[in-house]
Structures are given as C-alpha cells and as structure tokens.
Design a protein around this ligand. Structure first.
Ligand code: GDP
Length: 526
C-alpha cells in the first residue's frame, strides 16, 4: 500500500447545505479568503454584485461558455487540503445539488439564525442521511437580531433529528454582538464589526472568568457566565464518534458577512471531519489508500454555448492517483480512454493539474459518452454504488412544435436524462412525454439543448403531477396486479424503470397504504 496515504490524510472534501439566502455564497468567499485563494473576499460569484471570481478560469469559461469556476474549490488550510464542492442553490438548484452530496465526506450546514431550519435544508439533510454524512453546523448572521440560540439548537434537534453540541456560544447579537465563547478552547473571541473583507487579528481573552472580559464587554461578561451554566446543562458535549456517524453536529455561531467564526468552522472541519472515506462498489469496498486509480462521475455539466458542444464530467477520485496522460478504463463501456487534459481545481495553481488524489475532483471533457454514476478504474471491473437518481419534484408535459420529430425528441430526452439534467417519463397509458426536474431552471435548459443539440423545438404544458416514486416488488404477481390497477399512474423513465407518478401527495400516500407489498422509492441507482 500506500504511496498516497499522506495525501489522503490531508484531504477534507465537503459541501455546504443551506436554504437560499442563508449565506452560502458569503461563507464560500470567506473560506477562500482563509485559504488564501483570493486576496480579498468578495469576488466569488457575486450574483448580486455582478462580480466574478478572479481566476484564469474565466478565460476558459468564456471560451467554453460554461461556469466551472465555483464547481469545486480546492485550497490549503493549515496542514490540510480542503475541497469545497459547490451545491447550486437558487434558480440553479437541481438534481446535481443532491448528487454532489453523495460525493463528499462531510457537510457544512448553514442556518440563518433569524429564521432557523428552513425547507431546503430539511431536504438536503435528508440526502446526507443516505450516507450518514457528518454535519458541521454554522448559525449565521449573528450581527442581526436572531432567535434564542438554545431554541435554534432545539429546532435543529427536533426537525432534523440530529443532536447538537455547541462548540462556540454567542455573546449578544445584532448591534450588541460581542463575540463568541469557544467551549473547547476556553476562550472568548471578540467580534469587531466592519472587518468582513479581511482576516482579522482577533482579540482573544483566555478563560471565561478572566476579569479582562468584564473590562472588554461589561455586563455581558456576567451574563454569558450565567448563561453558559444553563447551556452546558441543556446541551450535548461534542463526541467525535457520534459526529462521524452523522448523529451529532458541532455547532458554531458567527457572521459570514462580518467574517467572524468562519475560521472556527474550518478548524473544526480540518480537525474532526473525515478524510476521504472508503467507497462501496458492487464487489468490494475501495480504500482511498489502494494503489490503483478509481473514481466515479457524479455530475455532468453541459456547455450552453452551441458552438462548443463538449461537456465536463465531474469525477470524484476514490483511490490511487490521477496523473496527466494516464489511461483510464471506462467500466460501463469496457473501453480504455486516454486522459490528457482533465481539469483540476487547485486554487493557487489554476493550471491543469498534473496529479490528483482521493477526495479530489477532476473534470473530464466528454462528448456524450459519460453518464452519471460511471466508474473509471485501471482495468478492474468495479461499479461504485450510492450515486442515485432522485425523484423529481416538478413536472411538465413536453410537446413538439413539429410532430414528425418525435423520435428525435425522445432520443434527446433520454440522453439528457442520462446526464442527470432532468428525467423523462412515458406514461404507460398515453403517448405523453413528461419531463421531471428538481429545480425549475432545468426545464429551460432542456428546451435550449433540445434545440441546439437535437434540432427539435419543444414547448411545455402544465400537467397535474406532483411527485414520482420508482416502484419495485419481488413478487411478480403482485407487481402485475398493481400495474393493471394503477396503470393510469404508471410510467417508464428514461431507463425503462417503472415509476408511479402521483397527482398529489395524498394520492401517493393512499396508494402506498393500499399496496403495502410494493416498494415506492425516492431514489434509484442505475
Ligand atoms: P446564499 O443564497 O446562501 O448563497 O446567501 P448569500 O451568501 O448570497 O447571502 C444572502 C444575503 O445575506 C446577502 O445579502 C448577504 O450579504 C447576506 N448575509 C450573508 N451572511 C450574512 C451575515 O452574517 N450577516 C448579515 N447581516 N447578512 C448576511
């Protein structure tokens, strides 16, 4: 074993889960600031300011017309090398967001402390449960008036069913935000406003009973001492094993905008979050320290510029190492491919990477031969599991302007569904074609790509479908009966898998009750 153990041990690969506007973009900026990736925070994607990350990739992006800049960000932090995978959140929310969570070893959950646990966060947490991914929590926006911190933690515990262990505890909030007490380091870190764009020389007071604290924050000192007794009594202590099992989350408080507390999270991630983990295949568990290269595709990003047709397949490396010019075996196709120009995402060095290790992400150019979940090895016939499709949450009927091109439309839709952009369903009882997506932007993307890549013009119509489930049953006879009785609600997906499409949640629940032997699955593996 293990030329690469040192490299594996250094790596932390994580993603941020949050509801839109909780502060993911702002935190990403500050995280990169700490990673020295950008000199001055405020240049990541700036969807509001119109700024973009200042990197040489921009040229490449312009050339290729795709946004890869913020898909993956790698940067050093202390002795670690951190990979932060972007999870599209606003209009660009899609199945990719879910699937990215299957490619990380831990997640940072960001909560707007004035609002608490919000709906998107609940959904994303559900996805992290598929792998029991360890979760670090950041309660953001302490520079505003927030909800009671104990109540916030209680809500996380109740709604998300994960125990909370405060690592830092806030002193005041809003205009009176004074800083946090770090329970494990026994020190108070004082907050200074207006320092959001720099790494602050934080003022630290050692020990909660230190009289310096009274000088610094006045009556807040006595208050926090008193409050902490209550907090310690009412909350959990941090427990590494429970954290790694996804059962307990360390909780930090701060303000991303004020760049306060972000370094505490990073310290926590580097110290506690798991290094790249073993991954399951159908045959065996692949250890990151294994000599031979392996990896899987979890996301395919298409070029929206019709002049440049190529797509980038994002691959998580699971074992061995990637070297420029190496030969990889594409297991599903049974073919060897030469990879000479993979994209890597090293912050300091933005050129093509020469080497990459387990936990790292590389981008492979591809002309439509790669699919979500594809495994690449150095010859071994392996297939990684745990990279599912997720049941769509929005549905539209798609119709052609020119009905003669039906075949072409179906071909395009099936290929786009293999890329993971959307899913397509063909009801058993009709000639409809239904497109299902997790995020609304995907519908536009599909029509755009159908036009430019498949030369078909399609339009959408509303349809009364609110959710879908893949259905399975070991008992052929029962499945046949179900098929017969429920045919109006059944469809085949792009891979010909039987799917129940429900007009309402109530309808779904009723069918689940009525047919207890049928399994209704929210995810499906290829
Ligand atoms: P995202 O949608 O999760 O990526 O959220 P953004 O990072 O874009 O933040 C949403 C809004 O909240 C922006 O206007 C940010 O400036 C603001 N914001 C983010 N963090 C903080 C914070 O700590 N305090 C305050 N007051 N505003 C914040």
């Amino acid at each position: 074993m293990s030329g690469n153990k040192v490299e594996v041990d250094k790596r932390r690969t994580f993603a941020i889960i949050s509801h839109p506007d909780a502060g993911k973009t702002t935190i990403t900026e500050k995280v990169l600031l700490f990673g020295n990736a950008l000199q001055k925070a405020g240049t990541v994607k700036g969807k509001k300011s119109g700024q973009h990350a200042k990197s040489d990739w921009m040229e490449m992006e312009k050339d290729r017309g795709i946004s890869i800049t913020t898909s993956v960000m790698q940067f050093p932090y202390n002795d670690a090398l951190v990979n932060l995978l972007d999870t599209p959140g606003h209009e660009d929310f899609s199945e990719d967001t879910y699937r990215t969570l299957t490619a990380v070893d831990s997640c940072l959950m960001v909560i707007d402390s004035a609002k608490g646990v919000e709906q998107r966060t609940i959904k994303l947490m559900e996805v992290t449960r598929l792998r029991d991914t360890p979760i670090v929590t950041f309660m953001n926006k302490l520079d505003r008036d927030i909800r009671d911190p104990l109540e916030l933690m209680d809500e996380v515990e109740q709604v998300l069913n994960i125990a909370c262990a405060p690592i830092t505890w806030p002193i005041g909030c809003g205009k009176e935000f004074k800083g946090v007490y770090h329970l494990l380091r026994d020190e108070v870190i004082l907050y200074q406003s207006g320092q959001g764009h720099t790494i602050q020389d934080s003022k630290i007071i050692k020990g909660l009973d230190n009289p310096e604290l009274d000088d610094a924050i006045g009556t807040y000192a006595a208050e926090v001492r008193e409050e902490l007794e209550l907090v310690l009594g009412a909350s959990n202590e941090f427990d590494l094993e429970l954290f790694l099992a996804g059962e307990l989350t360390p909780v930090f408080f701060g303000t991303a905008l004020g760049n306060f507390g972000v370094d505490h999270i990073l310290d926590g991630i580097v110290q506690w979050a798991p290094k790249p983990q073993a991954r399951e295949t159908e045959v065996r568990d692949v250890q990151p320290e294994d000599e031979k290269f392996s990896g899987f595709v979890f996301k395919i990003q298409a070029n929206m510029d019709p002049k440049h047709r190529d797509r980038v397949a994002f691959m998580r490396i699971c074992s061995g190492r990637y070297e420029q010019g190496m030969k990889m075996h594409h297991v599903r196709l049974g073919k060897d491919v030469n990879v000479s120009d993979a994209l890597t995402f090293m912050a300091g060095d933005r050129n093509r990477a020469e080497v990459a290790y387990p936990g790292d992400i590389i981008g492979l150019h591809n002309h439509g031969t790669m699919r979500i979940g594809d495994t690449f090895t150095q010859g071994e016939k392996l297939r990684f599991t745990g990279i599912p499709n997720f049941a769509p949450e929005m549905f539209r009927r798609i119709r052609l302007k020119d009905p003669l091109k039906q075949k072409q439309l179906l071909k395009g839709l099936v290929q786009l569904s293999e890329e993971g952009a959307v899913q397509v369903f063909r009801p058993i009882d009709s000639n409809d074609l239904i497109v299902g997506a997790v995020g609304v932007l995907q519908f536009e993307v599909v029509v755009g790509r159908l036009k430019s890549e498949y030369k078909v013009e399609a339009i959408y119509e509303a349809i009364s479908v609110s959710t879908a489930r893949w259905v399975y049953c070991d008992d052929e006879r029962k499945l046949e009966e179900f098929r017969r009785k429920c045919s109006t609600n059944l469809a085949l997906d792009g891979g010909d898998n039987l799917t129940y499409i429900a007009p309402t949640m109530v309808n779904l629940n009723l069918s689940m009750e009525r047919y207890p032997d049928i399994k209704f699955a929210k995810t499906r593996e290829n």
